[in-house]
Design a binder for this molecule. Structure first.
Ligand code: ADP
Ligand code: ZN
Length: 212
Protein backbone atom coordinates (compact mmCIF):
# COMPACT_ATOMS: atom_id res chain seq x y z
CA UNK A 1 0.00 0.00 0.00
CA UNK A 2 1.56 3.27 -1.15
CA UNK A 3 -0.30 6.32 0.07
CA UNK A 4 0.07 10.06 0.40
CA UNK A 5 -2.00 12.19 2.76
CA UNK A 6 -2.39 15.96 2.66
CA UNK A 7 -4.73 18.64 3.93
CA UNK A 8 -4.62 22.02 5.63
CA UNK A 9 -2.70 22.38 8.88
CA UNK A 10 -4.82 21.06 11.73
CA UNK A 11 -6.87 18.73 9.53
CA UNK A 12 -5.56 15.78 11.56
CA UNK A 13 -3.12 14.27 9.08
CA UNK A 14 -0.56 13.32 11.73
CA UNK A 15 -3.12 11.57 13.92
CA UNK A 16 -4.66 9.73 10.96
CA UNK A 17 -1.23 8.91 9.57
CA UNK A 18 -0.33 7.00 12.72
CA UNK A 19 -3.62 5.05 12.63
CA UNK A 20 -3.22 4.19 8.94
CA UNK A 21 0.38 3.08 9.42
CA UNK A 22 -0.65 0.78 12.24
CA UNK A 23 -3.59 -0.77 10.38
CA UNK A 24 -1.72 -1.44 7.13
CA UNK A 25 1.67 -2.23 8.67
CA UNK A 26 3.50 0.48 6.73
CA UNK A 27 5.82 3.24 7.94
CA UNK A 28 4.31 6.70 8.27
CA UNK A 29 6.81 9.22 6.97
CA UNK A 30 6.31 12.88 7.80
CA UNK A 31 8.70 15.34 6.17
CA UNK A 32 7.80 17.93 8.83
CA UNK A 33 8.75 15.46 11.54
CA UNK A 34 12.02 14.56 9.80
CA UNK A 35 12.86 18.26 9.65
CA UNK A 36 11.90 18.87 13.30
CA UNK A 37 14.07 15.94 14.48
CA UNK A 38 16.97 17.23 12.40
CA UNK A 39 16.58 20.69 13.91
CA UNK A 40 16.39 19.28 17.43
CA UNK A 41 19.49 17.14 16.83
CA UNK A 42 21.31 20.11 15.24
CA UNK A 43 22.34 17.95 12.27
CA UNK A 44 23.59 19.38 8.97
CA UNK A 45 20.08 18.99 7.55
CA UNK A 46 18.62 20.66 10.62
CA UNK A 47 20.80 23.72 10.20
CA UNK A 48 19.77 24.03 6.56
CA UNK A 49 16.03 23.82 7.17
CA UNK A 50 15.70 25.72 10.46
CA UNK A 51 14.97 29.16 9.00
CA UNK A 52 12.28 27.81 6.66
CA UNK A 53 10.46 25.68 9.21
CA UNK A 54 10.45 28.35 11.91
CA UNK A 55 9.04 30.91 9.49
CA UNK A 56 6.39 28.52 8.16
CA UNK A 57 7.91 28.60 4.66
CA UNK A 58 8.50 25.62 2.40
CA UNK A 59 11.90 23.99 2.47
CA UNK A 60 13.32 24.12 -1.09
CA UNK A 61 12.11 21.26 -3.30
CA UNK A 62 15.54 19.97 -4.16
CA UNK A 63 16.45 19.39 -0.52
CA UNK A 64 13.04 17.98 0.38
CA UNK A 65 13.03 15.56 -2.56
CA UNK A 66 16.51 14.38 -1.60
CA UNK A 67 15.36 13.66 1.95
CA UNK A 68 12.29 11.75 0.74
CA UNK A 69 14.29 9.79 -1.84
CA UNK A 70 16.69 8.63 0.85
CA UNK A 71 13.87 7.65 3.17
CA UNK A 72 11.81 5.78 0.56
CA UNK A 73 14.74 3.65 -0.51
CA UNK A 74 15.07 2.22 3.03
CA UNK A 75 14.14 -1.46 3.46
CA UNK A 76 11.01 -0.83 5.50
CA UNK A 77 9.39 0.94 2.54
CA UNK A 78 9.60 -2.03 0.14
CA UNK A 79 5.99 -3.11 0.74
CA UNK A 80 4.57 0.37 1.09
CA UNK A 81 4.50 3.63 2.99
CA UNK A 82 2.35 6.55 3.92
CA UNK A 83 3.78 9.97 3.13
CA UNK A 84 2.45 12.77 5.35
CA UNK A 85 3.29 16.32 4.27
CA UNK A 86 4.91 15.31 0.99
CA UNK A 87 4.23 16.15 -1.78
CA UNK A 88 3.30 19.71 -0.94
CA UNK A 89 3.25 21.13 -4.45
CA UNK A 90 2.87 19.82 -7.99
CA UNK A 91 6.63 19.80 -8.63
CA UNK A 92 7.14 17.48 -5.64
CA UNK A 93 4.27 15.27 -6.85
CA UNK A 94 6.00 14.87 -10.22
CA UNK A 95 9.29 14.03 -8.50
CA UNK A 96 7.53 11.39 -6.43
CA UNK A 97 5.95 9.83 -9.53
CA UNK A 98 9.36 9.70 -11.19
CA UNK A 99 10.97 8.20 -8.12
CA UNK A 100 8.32 5.48 -7.88
CA UNK A 101 8.46 4.79 -11.62
CA UNK A 102 12.18 4.08 -11.20
CA UNK A 103 11.23 1.38 -8.71
CA UNK A 104 8.42 0.04 -10.95
CA UNK A 105 5.94 1.17 -8.33
CA UNK A 106 3.04 3.62 -8.17
CA UNK A 107 0.75 5.25 -5.64
CA UNK A 108 -2.47 3.46 -4.66
CA UNK A 109 -4.30 6.54 -3.38
CA UNK A 110 -3.91 10.20 -2.41
CA UNK A 111 -5.99 11.14 0.63
CA UNK A 112 -6.95 14.74 1.23
CA UNK A 113 -8.38 15.44 4.70
CA UNK A 114 -10.31 18.68 4.89
CA UNK A 115 -11.80 20.83 7.64
CA UNK A 116 -13.15 24.39 7.59
CA UNK A 117 -10.58 27.09 8.35
CA UNK A 118 -11.96 28.01 11.80
CA UNK A 119 -11.74 24.37 12.93
CA UNK A 120 -8.25 24.17 11.53
CA UNK A 121 -7.03 27.27 13.40
CA UNK A 122 -8.60 26.17 16.67
CA UNK A 123 -6.98 22.74 16.42
CA UNK A 124 -3.53 24.09 15.60
CA UNK A 125 -3.40 26.76 18.26
CA UNK A 126 -4.32 24.13 20.89
CA UNK A 127 -2.10 21.32 19.72
CA UNK A 128 0.85 19.94 21.68
CA UNK A 129 3.28 17.10 21.02
CA UNK A 130 5.74 14.96 22.96
CA UNK A 131 9.25 16.30 22.46
CA UNK A 132 10.68 12.78 22.69
CA UNK A 133 8.37 10.45 20.74
CA UNK A 134 6.25 12.92 18.79
CA UNK A 135 2.87 11.69 20.04
CA UNK A 136 0.10 14.27 19.54
CA UNK A 137 -2.05 15.89 22.21
CA UNK A 138 -4.34 18.91 22.45
CA UNK A 139 -5.37 21.36 25.15
CA UNK A 140 -8.75 19.58 25.00
CA UNK A 141 -7.12 16.12 25.08
CA UNK A 142 -4.04 16.42 27.32
CA UNK A 143 -1.90 13.55 28.67
CA UNK A 144 -3.03 12.06 31.98
CA UNK A 145 -0.27 13.59 34.12
CA UNK A 146 0.71 17.20 33.91
CA UNK A 147 2.01 17.45 30.33
CA UNK A 148 4.07 14.28 30.62
CA UNK A 149 3.70 11.93 27.65
CA UNK A 150 1.47 8.89 28.36
CA UNK A 151 3.59 6.76 26.03
CA UNK A 152 7.16 7.63 27.01
CA UNK A 153 7.20 10.14 29.86
CA UNK A 154 8.69 12.92 27.69
CA UNK A 155 7.73 16.58 27.96
CA UNK A 156 4.62 17.52 26.02
CA UNK A 157 5.14 20.95 24.45
CA UNK A 158 3.91 23.32 21.76
CA UNK A 159 5.66 23.27 18.38
CA UNK A 160 7.61 26.50 17.87
CA UNK A 161 5.99 27.00 14.45
CA UNK A 162 2.50 26.70 15.99
CA UNK A 163 3.05 29.44 18.53
CA UNK A 164 2.61 32.52 16.36
CA UNK A 165 -0.77 32.97 14.72
CA UNK A 166 0.99 34.76 11.85
CA UNK A 167 3.20 31.74 11.10
CA UNK A 168 0.17 29.47 11.19
CA UNK A 169 -1.74 31.75 8.80
CA UNK A 170 1.28 31.81 6.52
CA UNK A 171 1.28 28.00 6.36
CA UNK A 172 -2.45 27.92 5.64
CA UNK A 173 -2.00 30.44 2.83
CA UNK A 174 0.82 28.35 1.35
CA UNK A 175 -1.42 25.31 1.60
CA UNK A 176 -4.11 26.96 -0.51
CA UNK A 177 -1.66 28.33 -3.05
CA UNK A 178 0.70 25.39 -3.47
CA UNK A 179 -0.76 22.22 -2.02
CA UNK A 180 -4.43 22.44 -2.93
CA UNK A 181 -3.65 22.14 -6.67
CA UNK A 182 -2.65 18.55 -5.87
CA UNK A 183 -6.35 17.75 -5.72
CA UNK A 184 -6.63 18.22 -9.46
CA UNK A 185 -3.30 16.52 -10.07
CA UNK A 186 -4.43 13.35 -8.29
CA UNK A 187 -8.06 13.52 -9.46
CA UNK A 188 -6.79 13.51 -13.05
CA UNK A 189 -4.96 10.28 -12.21
CA UNK A 190 -8.00 8.74 -10.45
CA UNK A 191 -6.13 8.58 -7.17
CA UNK A 192 -7.85 11.30 -5.13
CA UNK A 193 -9.93 10.34 -2.08
CA UNK A 194 -11.58 13.32 -0.35
CA UNK A 195 -12.12 12.80 3.37
CA UNK A 196 -14.20 14.96 5.69
CA UNK A 197 -11.88 15.66 8.66
CA UNK A 198 -14.55 16.84 11.08
CA UNK A 199 -15.56 14.66 14.01
CA UNK A 200 -13.57 12.35 16.28
CA UNK A 201 -10.31 10.69 15.14
CA UNK A 202 -12.14 7.33 15.02
CA UNK A 203 -14.90 8.70 12.81
CA UNK A 204 -12.40 10.22 10.40
CA UNK A 205 -10.34 7.04 10.39
CA UNK A 206 -13.30 4.86 9.43
CA UNK A 207 -14.04 7.22 6.53
CA UNK A 208 -10.44 6.78 5.38
CA UNK A 209 -10.53 3.00 5.59
CA UNK A 210 -13.78 2.92 3.60
CA UNK A 211 -12.29 5.17 0.92
CA UNK A 212 -9.17 3.02 0.57
P1 ADP B 1 2.06 21.52 9.03
O1 ADP B 1 1.32 20.67 8.02
O2 ADP B 1 1.24 21.80 10.25
O3 ADP B 1 2.64 22.76 8.42
P2 ADP B 1 4.36 19.73 8.92
O4 ADP B 1 4.92 18.96 10.05
O5 ADP B 1 3.80 18.96 7.77
O6 ADP B 1 3.27 20.67 9.59
O7 ADP B 1 5.47 20.73 8.31
C1 ADP B 1 6.21 21.62 9.13
C2 ADP B 1 7.14 22.46 8.27
O8 ADP B 1 8.13 21.61 7.63
C3 ADP B 1 6.50 23.22 7.12
O9 ADP B 1 5.95 24.45 7.53
C4 ADP B 1 7.69 23.40 6.14
O10 ADP B 1 8.55 24.42 6.58
C5 ADP B 1 8.42 22.08 6.30
N1 ADP B 1 7.97 21.05 5.33
C6 ADP B 1 7.33 19.90 5.64
N2 ADP B 1 7.08 19.16 4.55
C7 ADP B 1 7.56 19.89 3.49
C8 ADP B 1 7.60 19.69 2.07
N3 ADP B 1 7.06 18.59 1.51
N4 ADP B 1 8.17 20.65 1.31
C9 ADP B 1 8.71 21.74 1.85
N5 ADP B 1 8.70 22.01 3.17
C10 ADP B 1 8.14 21.09 4.01
ZN1 ZN C 1 6.39 10.57 24.21
Amino acid sequence: MRLVIFGPQGAGKGTQGALIAEKYGIPSISTGEIFRWAIKGKTALGLKVLEYVDAGRLVPDELTVEVVTNRLTADDCIDGFLLDGFPRNVGQARSLDALLADQNAALDAALVVEVPEDVSLRRILGRRACSDCGRNYHLDAPPQNDWTCDACGGDVVERTDDHEEETVRNRLKLYHEQTEPLKKYYADRDLLREINGEGSPDEVFSRIVTSI
